[in-house]
Write a protein that binds this ligand. Structure first.
Ligand code: HXC
Length: 258
């Protein structure tokens, strides 16, 4: 398969706003949307993550714009969205990938630690969707949220993230129903263990990794590319009747948890 997205030009003319778009899975998603022809705004707290990612997209012939915002702060989100619309003229796609995570036993988790992850993952997703509504409505655009599979079963040390991602799933389905009437589709991707990500290297201890891999029916970890391809599809007209879906991309891992 070519290194480029499977259907080039699929998202030509579209404008995407991608939070967490500088690094990891959502960094890959932003690049893939650009490869498919979208102009992308990369959004996160740190310009040092964003500018190199934007530069890489530009070097590959795409159009990218780096803009800082903390998704927990509505004012910053609104400013970043306004800057994107000013730069690219409109907004068609929002990808909510900004996420916080650390391992912590529930009995040691502080209320602020719990709240911080809820604020980034869940409230941040709400803030971006809410702030983007008017522009998305104009274009009959799409929302794509990056969820997880942690909360399908019990995942030790991940209470805060599981609660946040369960909320992201609820929000995805709610908006599918409420905003579907405006032509706005709302979907999510729930990635399983994806190699070459900060989540895998920082959150999955080396001794657990091999056991985890053996439990994946397809016998390998996911690749960022696996998520990118689904993201491009879901954001394209090829998915024009898919609304409220949460697509699990994990090689069958959560179903086979021992
Ligand atoms: C316990 C912790 C902690 C830790 C932070 N806190 N790290 N508690 N263990 N390791 C607590 C702090 O003590 C504090 O509570 C509160 O959380 C806020 O911490 P701050 O550092 O002040 O907040 P902030 O600077 O906003 O940072 C938030 C952060 C962030 C969530 C900790 O730094 C972060 O997560 N960065 C990594 C981003 C990342 O990896 N993203 C990809 C996620 S991958 P108190 O009570 O002390 O004030 C993913 C995939 C899931 O989500 C699937 C994985 C397999």
């Amino acid at each position: 398969m070519s290194e480029k997205t499977f259907v080039e030009g699929l998202l030509a003319g579209r404008v995407a706003f991608v939070t967490g778009g500088g690094t990891g899975i959502t960094g890959g998603v932003a690049r893939a949307l650009a490869e498919a022809g979208a102009r992308v705004a990369l959004v996160s707290r740190k310009m040092e993550h964003l500018e190199p990612a934007a530069e890489k997209i530009r070097a590959g012939g795409g159009e990218a714009f780096a803009v800082t915002a903390d998704v927990r702060n509505m004012e910053e989100v609104e400013k970043a969205l306004a800057a994107t619309v000013e730069k690219f003229g409109k907004l068609d796609i929002v990808v909510n990938g900004a996420a916080g995570n650390f391992l912590c036993p529930a009995e040691e988790l502080s209320p602020n630690g719990f709240g911080t992850v809820i604020d980034i993952d869940l409230k941040g997703t709400f803030n971006v969707c809410r702030a983007a509504f008017a522009e998305l409505k104009k274009e009959r655009g799409q929302i794509l949220n990056i969820s997880a599979t942690l909360h399908y079963t019990g995942t030790p040390l991940q209470l805060h993230v599981s609660a946040a991602k369960a909320g992201v799933d609820a929000l995805t389905r709610q908006l599918a129903v409420e905003w579907g009437h405006h032509g706005i589709r709302s979907n999510a991707i729930a990635p399983g263990p994806i190699e070459d990500t900060e989540g895998m290297s920082r959150l999955v201890p080396a001794e657990v990794k091999e056991k985890l891999r053996r439990n994946i029916p397809l016998g390998r970890f996911g690749r960022i590319r696996d998520i990118e391809q689904a993201a491009v599809f879901l954001c394209s007209d090829a998915a024009s009747f898919i609304n409220g879906a949460i697509i699990v991309i994990d090689g069958g891992q959560w179903l086979s948890k021992g």
